[in-house]
Design a protein around this ligand. Structure first.
Ligand code: M6P
Ligand code: ZN
Length: 196
């Protein structure tokens, strides 16, 4: 029979962040919450005039981030929970802005806790493609690949992301050029549709 593990002697270190394994939500004194509301996505959606008829203050997604080192500074692994609400602007499903990494050689990992989504990916010289996101699915975003998530289900999409602290976010190219494709409802089903 194995013996019970002995407690190590010395001072107890505080837990810096906690993950609720059933909901996927991160919490703790170092977790920073950012909320993104509909109005801030006006320049990103296909039909801004439809967005103008909706609740500008409505929450589209929030990010609960635990970043042990500041963005751009090497030395830590960061993680975040993203909670992306269900909904559409016209036929376009709610989505995260999407970004390249400032450090082009840095990848990212996404793990889905709950909901259904499309992980939309594109390289600087490649057309967009996607991976379906389902509870438990794990997605590797290779270096140099822009990534955006759309919620194609009827409940909040909750996923965890992991990246190195030196990675950095670069929003400029996506804000200007988009992904060249959008996740839209076509005949009652989600599809990645090419177009600006
Ligand atoms: C995931 C990660 C984060 C990102 C967030 C929201 O949690 O990729 O790094 O910040 O999604 O996406 P965006 O920054 O593109 O709005
Ligand atoms: Zn990223």
């Amino acid at each position: 029979m194995s013996e019970a593990p002995q407690a190590a002697s010395g001072a107890e270190a505080p837990v810096r962040a906690g993950l609720d394994l059933s909901t996927g939500l991160l919490s703790g004194p170092e977790v920073v919450v950012s909320v993104r509301r509909l109005a801030s996505l006006r320049d990103y959606v296909r039909e801004p005039e439809v967005l103008d008829t909706m609740d500008a203050d409505g929450e589209v997604y929030r990010v609960l981030a635990f970043e042990p080192a500041p963005e751009g500074v090497p030395g830590a692994v960061c993680c975040a929970t993203t909670v992306l609400q269900p909904g559409r602007v016209g036929d376009e499903y709610f989505f995260t802005r999407g970004h390249y990494h400032a450090a082009e050689d840095r990848p990212e990992l996404e793990v889905v806790v709950r909901g259904e989504g499309f992980l939309v990916l594109r390289g600087a010289d490649t057309a967009a493609w996607y991976e379906p996101m389902l509870p438990g699915s794990v997605h590797h975003v290779p270096p140099g690949v822009a990534h955006r998530v759309a919620n194609v289900g009827e409940e909040p999409l909750v996923f965890l992301s992991f990246w190195a602290s030196e990675t950095g976010h670069d929003y400029v190219a996506i804000a200007r050029d988009g992904f060249g494709a959008r996740v839209r409802c076509v005949g009652g089903r989600p599809a990645l549709v090419a177009g600006p």
